[in-house]
Design a protein around this ligand. Structure first.
Ligand SMILES: Nc1ncnc2c1ncn2[C@@H]1O[C@H](COP(=O)(O)OP(=O)(O)O)[C@@H](O)[C@H]1O
Ligand SMILES: [Mg+2]
Length: 259
């Protein structure tokens, strides 16, 4: 089944009485279990696309179906509730609350969603996620006391606390150094290998090479698509050679698009 079905999506901003068409009839589908990277020049509409398909921003026209449910005609309140329960989000600028520990930041959306889960159930989910993201030991830390890579992995835990259907990420490695980027992307690929559907925006060719498919957007339209297949399937290990081969393929493809 399609996790995400986008049809003729348009997004327009009015600035100084001028109409700016940022997304121009964008259509694509993301199947359950895919990990799709959105690439393209700066200002091409990548973030706008991510926000419009995830209901963080209202589309001007077109249809967005998330697991079969049309989200463009939801009220703001319905949308907020749907987002909290069905979608996970990761951002470049992390958005963690400074006065809470890492652990409390992770569990907070678990309470906000009012799903009727008990404290014990939310705790168990948080512990399981932190174990998987290899940050079990930093739960009691202040968010200022951990590395950027650890903090982004905590953000991944937070985004998954309500077991969403799909994970959206806007440049999740944009603020990280090379080794932390690698860490975070390996974790996302591992989650995808276990079945999580992921759509992410990235500027980084190495990050994109770990995704199963890449869409290239220019000036509000999809101009290219590269099918790579999953990096990790069901916990199967991948080698450095697998990764290098994918990076070469992505590099050549991007070059052909004038990247
Ligand atoms: N709220 C807004 N009002 C007006 N223009 C906007 C707004 N948000 C984004 N834009 C414009 O839309 C274009 C695409 O922005 P964005 O989606 O952030 O690009 P990208 O993420 O690909 O760098 C840019 O030209 C940007 O200036
Ligand atoms: Mg952006």
């Amino acid at each position: 089944m399609a996790a995400l079905e986008v049809k003729d999506l348009c997004k327009t901003y009015i600035v100084n009485k001028r109409q700016l068409n940022i997304l121009k009839n964008v259509s694509f589908t993301v199947d359950e279990g895919e990990m799709v990277a959105i690439m393209g020049p700066s200002g091409s509409g990548k973030s706008t696309l991510l926000y419009s398909v995830s209901g963080m921003d209202k589309a001007t026209a077109g249809s967005v179906k998330l697991c079969g449910t049309e989200i463009t005609d939801m009220s703001e309140k319905e949308m907020a509730d749907y987002r909290l329960k069905k979608m996970g989000f990761i951002f470049q600028q992390m958005n963690m609350l400074k006065n809470l520990t890492v652990y409390d930041n992770i569990i907070l959306p678990g309470y906000e969603a009012h799903t009727g889960k008990s404290r014990a159930e939310i705790d168990e989910k948080a512990r399981e996620l932190m174990h998987k993201m290899e940050i079990s030991e930093i739960g009691d830390n202040d968010i200022t006391e951990v590395s950027g890579g650890q903090l982004q992995r905590a953000c991944i835990c937070r985004s998954l606390i309500n077991s969403p259907e799909i994970l959206f990420a806007d440049e999740p490695t944009g603020a990280l150094n090379q080794s932390s980027s690698e860490e975070v992307m390996r974790m996302l690929a591992k989650l995808n290998g276990e079945g999580m559907t992921i759509m992410l925006v990235t500027h980084d060719m190495k990050s994109a090479a770990k995704c199963s498919r890449i869409l290239y957007i220019v000036d509000g339209n999809i101009k290219g698509e590269l099918q790579l297949g999953k990096l990790a399937e069901d916990g199967k290990e991948f080698t450095e050679n697998d990764i290098r081969a994918r990076e070469r393929k992505v590099g050549n493809w991007l070059e052909s698009l004038g990247w």
